[in-house]
Design a protein around this ligand. Sequence first.
Ligand code: I3S
Length: 126
Amino acid sequence: KEIIPPLEQLMVEKEGYLQKAKIADGGKKLRKNWSTSWIVLSSRKIEFYKESKQQAMSNMKTGNKPESVDLCGAHIEWAKEKSSRKNVFQITTASGNEFLLQSDIDFIILDWFHAIKNAIDRLPKD
Ligand code: I3S
């Protein structure tokens, strides 16, 4: 039987461009590689698109999938010590994936930090 997610789960809460570096996958450290990502936050996940929003939208029709991050049981914290860049925070997922997100613009990174933290805090921890 098809499982239909509640509409609330599909709603986009925030979207925009940030600098992103994935630094661990399933607990295994990765070489840091910053790139611009189009980021879409909904109530229980974040999607990272490698392309611009426009490019991402047209790729969607061809089935090109973004990297999707489950926020259930995830953690978010500022991560000054993980980079020489300003305004860096880290998201760690329950599955041991680690992402750094960064913007040079203070209010942009603060808005993102609080939006993601609120989403995580509203979710069950497991
Ligand atoms: O934490 P690291 O290793 O100092 O991060 C830097 C590296 O990822 C570097 O790439 P190479 O490993 O190819 O040299 C990047 O170019 C730097 O941007 C990384 O440091 P920052 O401080 O920008 O996060």
